[in-house]
Design a protein around this ligand. Structure first.
Ligand code: DQA
Length: 146
């Protein structure tokens, strides 16, 4: 199974930004751990991060056309604002798992709405860096059920 892990704006600041909400691990540490997990579970994983909405849209389109089987997406703040990312997901056939490191429902009201949730296969939120692994687990389970 080929999976794209896509991180949106400000996630390159993990380890430095709002540590109470996001912990102390860096994006590099997170991605390295995820690559190890993917490798031992037969997943061909590619990790990308961008602060730019249009670039995220482009990568979602590319993944849909290059044989990628699923996307794990943390769209960061674009989750709460981006109709363009919502429409990009609606335009493709492969499943997108929405993840958030923090529990967005415990936080400010503006984080309670996701444009992505209605077009995502599912949402995992609030388990820190483990949300990415949980998303891969969910995809493996789905795959094993055919
Ligand atoms: C986030 C939650 C968003 O509300 C926020 O804008 C982020 C990170 C998370 O992973 O918890 O940048 O997606």
């Amino acid at each position: 199974m080929k999976v794209l892990c896509l991180n949106g704006p400000n996630l390159n600041r993990l380890g430095k930004r709002e540590k109470k909400a996001y912990g102390t691990f860096t994006l590099e540490e997170l991605e390295n751990e995820l690559m190890d997990f993917a490798g031992s579970n037969g997943i061909n994983l590619m990790c990308m991060q961008s602060n730019h909405e249009g670039e995220l849209v482009d990568w979602i389109h590319l993944a849909a056309d290059d044989g990628t089987d699923a996307i794990v997406l943390n769209a960061g703040a674009y989750t709460h604002t981006s109709v363009a990312i919502r429409d990009a997901i609606a335009s493709i056939q492969i499943p997108v798992v929405e993840v958030h490191i923090s529990n967005v429902y415990k936080r400010e009201e503006f984080r309670h709405h996701s444009y992505i949730a209605p077009v995502a296969a599912g949402q995992i939120t609030g388990f820190g860096q483990d949300v990415y692994k949980l998303a891969l687990h969910a995809l493996l389970l789905q795959q094993s059920r055919g």
